[in-house]
Every structure is written in structure tokens, then in C-alpha cells.
Design a protein around this ligand. Structure first.
Ligand SMILES: Cc1cc2nc3c(=O)[nH]c(=O)nc-3n(C[C@H](O)[C@H](O)[C@H](O)COP(=O)(O)OP(=O)(O)OC[C@H]3O[C@@H](n4cnc5c(N)ncnc54)[C@H](O)[C@@H]3O)c2cc1C
Length: 364
């Protein structure tokens, strides 16, 4: 799994990060990517904190532009989720679907025959991480050539990631299959070889770009398996005289309301499990990471209906998040690169990005 970093170790990771090298190499599997996604998705740090820390080092907007754009993709996806359920297509239906509910056996058995993808799937199991380009290759193979439904694939992939996040994940699967983009994404073996430093030939993707849209690969199919569901542990020692701070797998900010005395609960909502199941390894990793950030946190696994009876809701606080907004708690806002946009629908990524750039330049 990804390293269980403390907040100061995460700051050190940002301080060592080179955004100029990133801009030149980010598409390569061995390029200088930040590996910050797990800590961003778990809500330990925000895109704004990362940006401000880079600014403190004197890095200019120009030097960090490629990286800022990626951070902005994260913010944009989160903004979309505030208005639109990521389980639903943003633009249009997936144009090629062969099997709605199952996944290709070679993908589940890590035996697609595309060596770079199979290696990335093996690495995913041990680290909970996959490079962005490999995620795109995988999604293109699964949806655009085998014909799996993006929603089935996104659910299976989600829970294996330390950075699992419905907005970034589901909207990216939609993007690759054209449900959230004006075109479908394709990559052939030459492209895979170039960015993964491999030399494979003769694979199912070893063809020209012209042939890719009609390349439909026949395969065996299986139901994806979700064997792990945590047991309900609706027991926490709550001091009723003090407030309760509700943390979630998406909000583990160790600096949030840090000075206040409170009951601290990491709440796993079992009602989210059906759409967003985690593997046991990732579930355990998130719990351990929570304990690194907030050592006195108590872990509760339950449904909100069952757990909320234990709480004084007027004295329970959390951070705004689309999955927990229905709890009706007092929510503090999350941090954003462009904080003023909170109530607006984000529109297209590039329009949003232009506004973010303008806003950040004014902050200079
Ligand atoms: C099919 C698919 C599924 C994905 N699922 C997830 C997911 O569940 N969680 C997740 O955080 N990212 C997801 N991504 C986006 C991206 O692959 C990862 O954020 C990135 O690979 C993480 O590595 P890094 O931190 O080194 O990224 P860097 O390249 O260093 O980027 C910096 C940060 O920008 C953000 N970012 C980068 N690319 C994207 C993107 N396309 N969309 C949204 N934010 C982005 C991430 O927070 C990342 O940490 C997915 C992409 C694809 C194609």
C-alpha cells in the first residue's frame, strides 16, 4: 500500500516535488509525478495547500502550470459532484457496450496480454496506486475494446485505490469512454510502449489509430467479486458534554478544528458500500492512515440512521462533502484553488481552468 505518511512527511513530499520536471515527464510511467493523490483524496491536504506550499518556495505559476492544471482537474471533478451524481453520465451514453454488468475475465485475472497493463494491475494490488496513463490505457481497453460498461468497471477499480474518489474515478472512466468528453480515448501499443518504456509487439492493441475505434475484442466475462464488507461497529465512547468531530474516508484533515476538545470519529457509512466498496487492504490502510493523522480517533462502521441516535447533532461538525451533505450537520467548507466558485456549476473543464488561472494570478 501507499506509505502511511504523517502530515509533516506529506509536507516534505511537496517540498521535494519538482513541478518543472513534472511538466516534462508526467505522462511517462517513470516520470516525476507527485504521488499526492491518496493524501488529497483522503482529505488530509487540499489542492490549495499544495499550491500555496509551492508558491512559498518561489515557484512561479508558469513553472507549475502543468501541475496546477492537474490539481484543477481534481477541484473541477469535486465541483461537478456537488451538482451531479458521478454514477450518471455527464454528457452522453457510452457508445460501445457489449456487457453491462460483468467485466472481462483477462482483466480480473491480470492476463490481458498487454504487459504494461498487466504489470500495472499487479502493482495496484500491492500498492493501491496506478499511474494516470496506465489508468487511461486500462479504461480504454476495458470499455472501448472489450465493451464493459464504465460504471461496472469504475466500481471495481475504485475500491482498490488508496486515492479512491468517486468524482475523480467515475468521471475519468466516463471521460475515457466518451460519456464525459466529446470524443472517445484510444491508445495503441506504440503509445503504450513509448510511455511505459516497453517494446511489446503483436498484442491486441498493436494496430494503427485508424483501426482502434472498430477494434472490439471478444473475451470471456465474469461478475466482479466484492467479498469484503466491514462488520458494523456502532460503538464509540462519546463524552456528551463536548462536541463531536465527524471524519470520513474523504475528510481526515489533521489540522481541522485542531484546538477544540471533541470526540473524534472516523465514520464509515455502510449505506455507501454498495456503490463504493473498498477492498479490505484499502479499508485497513485508510483506518491506519486516520490513526497516523488523528491518534485519538475512534472508528465507527454503521449506517447513518443507526449511528446518528448516539450524537447530539447540534454539537456535531464535519466538512462539506457530497456523500455526507444529507446528514444535515454543520459543515465547514473544503479548501479550493478557486474558493469563490462554491455555488456555481463548474461548466467545462477548460472554462473553469481559465477562471482558476485568472483568480490565482490576481492573488500574486
Ligand atoms: C480511469 C481513471 C480513474 C481514476 N481514478 C482516480 C481516483 O479514484 N482518485 C484520484 O485521485 N484520481 C483518479 N484518477 C486521476 C489520476 O489518475 C490520479 O489522480 C493520479 O494518477 C494520481 O497520481 P499522482 O498523485 O502522482 O498525480 P499527479 O500527476 O502528480 O497529479 C497531481 C494531483 O492532481 C490530481 N489529478 C491528476 N489527474 C487527475 C484527473 N485526471 N482527475 C482528477 N484529479 C487529477 C490528483 O489529485 C493528483 O494527486 C483517475 C484517472 C483515470 C484515468
Amino acid at each position: 500500500m501507499m506509505p502511511l505518511l504523517s502530515i509533516s512527511e506529506i509536507y516534505a513530499l511537496i517540498d521535494q516535488f519538482d513541478p518543472v520536471h513534472y511538466g516534462k515527464t508526467r505522462n511517462y510511467q517513470n516520470g516525476g509525478v507527485s504521488k499526492l493523490s491518496a493524501y488529497l483524496s483522503r482529505g488530509i491536504i487540499s489542492t490549495r495547500q499544495v499550491y500555496e506550499r509551492l508558491r512559498q518556495r518561489g515557484i512561479t505559476h508558469y513553472e507549475m502550470e502543468a501541475f496546477l492544471m492537474e490539481l484543477c482537474w481534481r477541484d473541477h471533478s469535486q465541483r461537478i459532484w456537488q451538482h451531479h451524481n458521478p454514477q450518471i453520465e455527464v454528457r452522453t451514453a457510452q457508445h460501445f457496450i457489449y456487457n453491462e454488468n460483468q467485466l472481462p475475465t483477462p482483466v480480473l485475472e491480470t492476463n490481458t496480454g498487454i504487459h504494461a497493463i498487466d504489470d500495472a494491475l499487479r502493482t495496484l494490488k500491492t500498492t493501491g496506486y496506478m499511474h494516470n496513463h496506465l489508468r487511461m490505457y486500462l479504461a480504454a481497453l476495458v470499455c472501448n475494446h472489450y465493451g464493459a460498461h464504465w460504471r461496472t468497471a469504475a466500481k471495481w477499480f475504485f475500491g482498490q485505490l488508496c486515492d479512491a474518489d468517486a468524482a475523480s474515478n467515475h468521471l475519468s472512466w466516463q471521460w475515457v469512454c466518451g460519456a464525459n468528453a466529446p470524443k472517445v480515448y484510444y491508445a495503441n501499443q506504440d503509445n503504450i510502449n513509448k510511455y511505459t518504456d516497453s517494446k511489446q509487439s503483436g498484442s491486441s492493441l498493436d494496430t494503427s489509430y485508424e483501426n482502434l475505434p472498430s477494434l472490439h475484442i471478444t473475451t470471456a466475462w465474469q461478475n466482479p467479486d466484492y467479498p469484503f464488507r466491514p462488520s458494523s461497529t456502532n460503538v464509540a465512547i462519546l463524552n456528551k458534554t463536548i462536541p463531536t468531530h465527524l471524519y470520513t474516508p474523504y475528510h481526515l484533515d489533521p489540522n481541522w478544528r485542531k484546538e477544540e476538545t471533541a470526540n473524534k470519529i472516523l465514520f464509515w457509512d455502510l449505506d455507501h458500500w454498495n456503490d463504493y466498496p473498498f477492498t479490505k487492504s484499502v479499508f485497513d490502510w485508510i483506518n491506519e492512515l486516520a490513526l497516523v493523522q488523528i491518534p485519538d480517533i475512534q472508528i465507527v462502521v454503521s449506517t447513518w440512521e443507526e449511528f446518528k441516535g448516539n450524537l447530539d447533532l447540534k454539537k456535531t461538525f464535519t466538512k462539506e462533502h457530497p456523500l455526507t451533505i444529507s446528514y444535515g450537520l454543520q459543515c465547514d467548507q473544503r479548501d479550493w484553488l478557486w474558493p469563490v466558485a462554491s455555488l456555481e456549476k463548474p461548466g467545462s473543464f477548460f472554462n473553469y481552468w481559465k477562471k482558476v488561472q485568472k483568480y490565482l494570478r490576481r492573488e500574486d
